[in-house]
Each structure stands twice: as structure tokens, then as C-alpha cells.
Design a protein around this ligand. Structure first.
Ligand code: NAD
Length: 290
């Protein structure tokens, strides 16, 4: 398949490389100077999009996505698929999809989970919004870049699934970290705490798969000095998107709001920038109050 790939950063770079390795003809563009194995570089986004059957974007945010979309949609061939894998606000995802459809294209929003490791290992999970025909065209590409693709409904629903999932993740990570800090103060051994909670009704991915306490549970960023992993600032980005969506949809999300405020304080007012999002545990240990 002839593929255009715009945004060849930490995630987009290895995703594009995996598509090229699988035999697809990938033409890429990034504002920064990059070199990706197997990917031919174009001089602009429009050039990368010209003649492609699928154009994939993997960009930092909704404003940049809107700008890039305005440039590449007119260059794309009718019937081609505009596949955005960035994490952006639901409103931008739906606006871009509408413009693409008006131009005779299929549009999919397909944010991912799995991080940089999943991008290079080809084990991402895609949460996909958009039409059936576009999903069917993109499915073989999802199979190369990931291990699972869930079609969540019409345009914007992929982003909706992503931010709802990550809102749960942010809230459960905070709850897990504050419970560990409380357990410490109560004299409960961390291994005992892990053994009980990970097999009781307090269990969640945050403790079972990504335990924020070093030395107990599976290997996680806590065992590596809280080097990301999933950086606290990326969690903050997703929690802000969730609150933006909640305001637009008039949904009541008090726990999501509290999680956003706490991560904002951690990243912007304390020492959270550049640390893993599970570094909330040492933060609570230091008894910093929100
Ligand atoms: P990144 O900053 O490494 O990559 C973004 C790339 O886009 C950069 O290389 C940048 O030069 C390029 N870019 C910016 N504006 C551009 C433009 N106008 N035209 C062309 N290229 C442009 O970010 P990343 O970590 O690869 O994340 C990309 C997206 O994936 C984000 O939306 C992020 O939220 C999401 N995401 C990231 C992770 C992760 O762990 N890093 C996990 C899941 C989802």
C-alpha cells in the first residue's frame, strides 16, 4: 500500500518504520530533521499525502492536527483514508473528520495506548472512530503497528474511548499511590499491601501491572527511579482533554477534575516534569498537600 506518514516523532517514527519493514511504500514528513529506516522523506505534508491510499498523522495536539489537515486534505486522492493516531480533543477529531469527508475521503481517529515500547514493538492498541469502509482499509495497517484495534463507533469515538480510559488510569494511579503512602504511615509492609490489594477488590492495572512502589509487584518505572514509562506531563495532557470533553458534553467528572488538578500541580508546580506518572507515590510520601 502507498502510505503517507506525517509526524515522525517518538511514536510516529517507529510506527512508520514498522509499516515500511512490512513492505509498504511509506513517504514521511516531519517538521524536525528525522531519518526513519525504510521511509522516504518528502519536503512537505502535502507532498507526503499526494497519491497515498492512507495518510497517517501522529502529531502533538489538536491545533497542529487541524493545521496539517487543512494542508493535506486538498492534496489527498478521493477515496483515500485520513487516519489520525494522535491523542487530541474530541472536537478537533470530529472537525477534521468532517472536512475530510466533505472532500470525499474516509476519516478515522485512532489514538493508541502502549507508549513508545508498543510503537516500536508493533503491539499498540488502537481505539478507532469512523466509518466501516475506512476501518476495513486500515485494519491490515493496525495489525502491523499493533496487537488490537477496537472500532468504537463514528468519528471522535476513538478519542472519547482513549480519554475515558486514561481518566480512569489517572484516578486509580493517584488512589493507589495515596493508599501506599497511608499504608506506610500505618506500618503496613509494602509487599503485604501489594499481595492483599492486587488480589482483592482494590486491584487495578495501576497496582497489578504498573505498581508505583519500587521492589514489589512487576517491574515498573518505580524500579527505575521513576524514569518514564508514561510521563506525568502526558497524563496531564490526557486529563485536560478529558475535562475539556466533560465541559463540552456537560458531564459531571469530579474525580477526573481532581486528578487533573493534582497532576497539574505535580508537573507545573513541583518536581513532576519528566518523571513517570507513578511518581505520585514519592510525592505523597513527602506529604505535599494539594
Ligand atoms: P513527539 O513530540 O515525539 O512527536 C510529534 C512529532 O510531530 C515531532 O517529531 C514534531 O516535529 C512533529 N510535528 C509537529 N508539528 C508538525 C507539523 N506541523 N508537520 C509535521 N510534523 C510536525 O510526540 P509523540 O510522543 O510521538 O506523541 C505523538 C502523539 O501520540 C501525541 O498526540 C501523544 O499524546 C500521543 N501518544 C504518545 C504516547 C507516548 O508514550 N509518547 C503514548 C500514547 C499516545
Amino acid at each position: 500500500m502507498k502510505i503517507g506518514f506525517i509526524g515522525l516523532g517518538n511514536m510516529g517514527g517507529p510506527m512508520a518504520a514498522n509499516l515500511a519493514k512490512a513492505g509498504h511504500e511509506v513517504t514521511g514528513f516531519d517538521m524536525a530533521n528525522v531519518a526513519i529506516e525504510g521511509v522516504t522523506l518528502a519536503a512537505s505534508g502535502a507532498e507526503a499525502a499526494t497519491g497515498a491510499e492512507v495518510v497517517i498523522t501522529m502529531l502533538p495536539n489538536g491545533d497542529i492536527l487541524r493545521k496539517v489537515a487543512a494542508e493535506i486534505i486538498p492534496a489527498m486522492s478521493k477515496g483515500a483514508v485520513f487516519l489520525d493516531c494522535s491523542t487530541v480533543d474530541v472536537a478537533s477529531a470530529r472537525a477534521v473528520a468532517e472536512d475530510a469527508q466533505k472532500a470525499g475521503l474516509s476519516a478515522l481517529d485512532a489514538p493508541v495506548s502502549g507508549g513508545i515500547g508498543g510503537a516500536s514493538g508493533g503491539t499498540l492498541t488502537f481505539m478507532v472512530g469512523g466509518d466501516d469502509a475506512g476501518f476495513a482499509t486500515a485494519k491490515p495497517l493496525f495489525d502491523i503497528m499493533g496487537q488490537k484495534a477496537v472500532h468504537c463507533g463514528p468519528s471522535g469515538n476513538g478519542q472519547a474511548a482513549k480519554i475515558c480510559n486514561n481518566m480512569i488510569l489517572g484516578v486509580t494511579m493517584i488512589a493507589t499511590c495515596e493508599a501506599f503512602a497511608l499504608a506506610d504511615k500505618l506500618g503496613l509492609d509494602r509487599q503485604a499491601m501489594f499481595d492483599v490489594v492486587s488480589t482483592s477488590s482494590g486491584y487495578s492495572w495501576s497496582i497489578n501491572a504498573y505498581c508505583p512502589a519500587p521492589g514489589v509487584g512487576p517491574q515498573s518505572p518505580a524500579d527505575n527511579g521513576y524514569k518514564p514509562g508514561f510521563a506525568a506531563e502526558l497524563m496531564l495532557k490526557d486529563l485536560r482533554l478529558a475535562q475539556q470533553a466533560a465541559e463540552e458534553a456537560d458531564a459531571d467528572t469530579p474525580m477526573g477534575q481532581a486528578a487533573r488538578d493534582l497532576y497539574a500541580q505535580f508537573v507545573e508546580g513541583e518536581d513532576g516534569l519528566g518523571r513517570d506518572f507513578s511518581a505520585m507515590l514519592p510525592r505523597f510520601e513527602a506529604r505535599k498537600r494539594g
